[in-house]
Ligand binder design. Structure first.
Ligand SMILES: *Cc1c(COP(=O)(O)O)cnc(C)c1O
Length: 398
C-alpha cells in the first residue's frame, strides 16, 4: 500500500477557526471596545440564545461545565450526607462535582452497547443503599448520545430523586422522543470547553432549566450567593461566564447545527466503511468474534446523536499497538476513558466503604480497556477519513 501523506488530528480547531475568523474577530473587538468583561449584554444575549436553542426558559452561564454541576447540586440543596448516583464510566467531574459539594457519589455501570448509564444498574445501586440516602441521579449523555431518559425519570419518580442531566458532551442531542437533552430532568448542565461541540476559546459552562426558582438560585450561587450587591444569602462561588467567551459563543452557536450535521455525516462514512469490512456495532461483544473492531451503536429511531466523539472498540490486548500504528500514520486518537471512576486513587476510600473491587462494574471496566476515539470533527475530509479507515483496518487485521 502507498504511504499517503495525510495528517488527521483528533480535533482540528484551526481548521474551524479559518471558516469563522471573519465573524469572530469583530465580535471580540466589540467587547474590547466596551471594556465590559464580566456579565453585561453579551453574557445576557448568550444566555437567552442558549435557552432558545435548548428549548428551556432559563439558562445561566458559569465558568465551566464542572462548576455547572456544582451550581446545580447547590441549587437543588444537595450537600453533606447526601448520596448521588453517577456512572463510573464518564469524565471525572460528574463525580468530582458531587464530592466538591460534600455529597457522596454512588457509582453505576453502563450499557455496553451505548456506553450510557444502565437503568438496571441504577436500580441495583439504589437497592444497596438505605431508603432515602440517595437524593439525585446525574445521568451523562456520553459522547453526544442520549441516555435512556424514560427509564431514568421513572426511577426518579419512584424514589423521589432529583435528576441533573450532564449534557457537557451533548448540546443539541435529542432523545427518542425528540426532546433536547437537559430539558427532561430538573436541569441540564453544559460545557463550553474547546473540545465540546460548542467550544469557547477558554473555559465556560452553562446550566439550563424549566424551573424559575432553580434558575434564580443558580444565578445567585455563581456570584457569591450575593443579592443585592454585597448582601449574601448563601455562600456561593465565583463562577461567572466572561463576556469575551460569550461573544465568541454567540458567533459559534449559529454554526452548531451545521457542525453537528457534519459530524453525523462523518459518522455515517465510518459506519459504512467499517461495516463493509465486516465490523459489527458495539451491540455485539468482541468475544463473539468476527473482525476485531466494533463501531458505535447508531442513535435509536427519532433520536439525534451529535457525535462529540466517535468511539470504536478493539480487543484490549491489541489496543496499544493499534494506537501506535495510528500515531505513526499521523492519526490522532484518545482514550475516553482509560480508568473508571470507582478505580481512581481519590476514590479508594469510597471503594473500601462500598466494596467497589475490580469487577464491580464489568461493562465499564471492559469499555475502559477497549475504547478508542477517532477523528470525527466537522472539518475532517473524506480523504482524511479514508486514511483513518485504511490504517485502522490494516492495524486490526495485522
Ligand atoms: C467536559 C465534561 C465536563 C466538565 O466540563 P468542564 O467545562 O471541562 O469543566 C463534565 N462532564 C462531562 C461528561 C464532560 O465531558
Amino acid at each position: 500500500m502507498n504511504m499517503i501523506d495525510v495528517t488527521v488530528p483528533l480535533l482540528d480547531l484551526k481548521a474551524q477557526y479559518a471558516t469563522i475568523r471573519h465573524e469572530i474577530e469583530p465580535a471580540v473587538q466589540e467587547v474590547l471596545e466596551t471594556q465590559i468583561f464580566i456579565g453585561g449584554p453579551k453574557v445576557a444575549a448568550l444566555e437567552s440564545r442558549c435557552a432558545e436553542y435548548l428549548g428551556m426558559p432559563h439558562a445561566v452561564g458559569c465558568s465551566n461545565g464542572s462548576d455547572a454541576i456544582i451550581l446545580a447540586l447547590d441549587a437543588l440543596g444537595i450537600g453533606p450526607g447526601d448520596e448521588v448516583i453517577v456512572p463510573t464510566f464518564t469524565f471525572f467531574s460528574t463525580a468530582g462535582s458531587v464530592s466538591r459539594v460534600g455529597a457522596t457519589p454512588i457509582f453505576a455501570d453502563i450499557d455496553p452497547a451505548t456506553y450510557q448509564i444502565d437503568p438496571a444498574s441504577i436500580r441495583a445501586a439504589l437497592a444497596a443503599r438505605p431508603e432515602g440516602a440517595v437524593k439525585a441521579i446525574i445521568p451523562v449523555h456520553l459522547f453526544g448520545q442520549a441516555c435512556d431518559l424514560d427509564a431514568i425519570m421513572a426511577i426518579a419518580r419512584e424514589h423521589d430523586l432529583k435528576v441533573i442531566e450532564d449534557a457537557a458532551q451533548a448540546i443539541g442531542t435529542e432523545d427518542v422522543h425528540g426532546r433536547r437533552v437537559g430539558s427532561v430532568g430538573d436541569l441540564g448542565t453544559y460545557s463550553f470547553f474547546p473540545s465540546k461541540n460548542l467550544g469557547g476559546y477558554g473555559d465556560g459552562g452553562l446550566c439550563a432549566t424549566n424551573d424559575a426558582e432553580i434558575a434564580e438560585r443558580m444565578q445567585r450561587f455563581r456570584n457569591h450567593g450575593m443579592k443585592p450587591k454585597y448582601f449574601h444569602h448563601d455562600v456561593g462561588l465565583n463562577s461567572r461566564l466572561d463576556a469575551l467567551q460569550a461573544a465568541i459563543l454567540l458567533v459559534k452557536i449559529e454554526h452548531l447545527d451545521a457542525w453537528s450535521d457534519a459530524r453525523q455525516a462523518n459518522a455515517r462514512f465510518y459506519d459504512a466503511a467499517f461495516a463493509a469490512a465486516g465490523a459489527a456495532t458495539s451491540a455485539v461483544s468482541l468475544d463473539e468474534g468476527g473482525l476485531p473492531l466494533r463501531t458505535p451503536q447508531p442513535a435509536a429511531a427519532g433520536a439525534r446523536h451529535i457525535y462529540n466523539q466517535y468511539v470504536i472498540r478493539v480487543p484490549s490486548a491489541q489496543r496499544d499497538e493499534i494506537r501506535r500504528i495510528l500515531t505513526e500514520a499521523k492519526i490522532g486518537t484518545e482514550i475516553y476513558y482509560p480508568r473508571c471512576l470507582h478505580q481512581q486513587d481519590c476514590y479508594r476510600e469510597l471503594g473500601r466503604r462500598f466494596g467497589y473491587q475490580a469487577g464491580a462494574f464489568p461493562h465499564s471496566e471492559r469499555a475502559a480497556g477497549e475504547v478508542i476515539a477517532i477523528p470525527i470533527y466537522p472539518e475532517v475530509t473524506e480523504a482524511q477519513q479514508q486514511h483513518v479507515v485504511d490504517t485502522l483496518l490494516a492495524a486490526v487485521r495485522s
